[in-house]
Design a protein around this ligand. Structure first.
Ligand code: ADP
Length: 285
């Protein structure tokens, strides 16, 4: 068991299950709808908590009715959110998601009127209470201050950074975390059409992964690059949060002193298991 803090956003996800993804200007009826807590780092925490870790979240909560969706889910998974910054203005970030039964794909429209967690708030957290700190790669300016400060004052606390989307200046932070988790959309945005090419092009000293959907994931440590295939479930029903589950599996394995190769494989196994079910409940190694 490790104590893990994740810094990122919590969102409200309104998920419509549809038989197939509609064409533009088309109208389809949803097979079902549910409203759940989302957000990459908080998804990863829900998985980490089920893997037996003690989890805490730092992010922004707006004092409005929808925030209870987030709070109740954190409560249910014993995720400590006392470190959250609470604001009276704004709206919890909301994602409108269509999950296609036909392909398992998820298509997202996101609405946001909520500031990012500022460094000034982060630096007052009791970071020494944690064995691992995970960051979502957003708001590069504040994130940069957090990572520099952590490296300068607490170099012994391992930390990871999820790089899901291109953000101006994020590359300047790559030397700071112990683990960098890249996504396929990020790799593509940098002009790479495979994970290995992205990983080879990096000069950061830390461990790096790049997940690639049904092709599995790659990991680079020093000059060595290794691959794990995906572990497809009997039927792919929901790939939303596969990457967040992969990241949780990776962190859990590394914090439990597994080798990078073992960690890569167990992260892919866990993410594959997730793809075979809706949501993040009952996931374990
Ligand atoms: P994201 O959720 O960010 O789009 P990916 O699609 O790269 O992330 O998926 C992360 C991991 O989840 C992959 O490395 C793979 O192990 C697993 N995964 C994703 N899609 C599938 C799938 N269709 N079948 C089996 N495993 C999958």
């Amino acid at each position: 068991m490790a104590r893990i803090l994740a810094v990122g956003i919590a969102t409200i996800d309104i998920i419509n299950r549809v038989s197939h993804y509609p064409a533009e200007d088309d109208e389809v009826r949803a097979l079902s709808q549910k409203q759940v807590r989302g957000g990459n780092a908080s998804n990863s925490l829900v998985v980490l908590s089920q893997l037996g870790h003690q989890c805490a979240w730092a992010g922004v909560l707006i004092n409005e009715p929808d925030a209870t969706v987030v709070e109740q889910d954190f409560d249910r998974h014993q995720i400590d959110y006392r470190s959250a910054l609470r604001l009276n203005q704004g709206k919890m970030p909301t994602s409108y998601i269509s999950v296609s039964e036909e392909s398992g794909s998820r298509t997202i429209v996101h609405h946001r009127d909520c500031p990012e967690l500022p460094f000034a708030h982060f630096k007052n957290l009791a970071v020494t209470d944690f064995d691992w700190i995970h960051f979502e790669g957003r708001n590069v300016e504040e994130l940069g201050q957090m990572l520099h400060w952590l490296r300068q004052h607490y170099p012994g606390i391992p930390c990871s950074l999820e790089v899901e989307k291109p953000r101006a200046g994020i590359e300047d932070l790559f030397n700071l975390p112990d683990v960098l988790m890249f996504s396929r959309p990020y790799a593509r945005s940098r002009g790479f059409d495979n994970a290995q090419a992205l990983l080879k092009a990096q000069s950061a000293p830390g461990l790096m992964t790049c997940s690639w959907g049904e092709d599995g994931a790659w990991l680079r440590r020093g000059e060595a690059i290794m691959h794990s295939p995906a572990f497809p479930p009997a039927r792919v029903v929901d790939t939303l949060g596969a990457g967040d589950t992969f990241n949780a599996g990776l962190i859990s394995a590394l914090v439990n002193d597994q080798t990078p190769k073992q960690a890569l494989e167990s992260a892919c196994r866990l993410a594959g298991q997730k793809c075979g079910q809706h949501g993040f409940e009952h996931l374990s190694h």
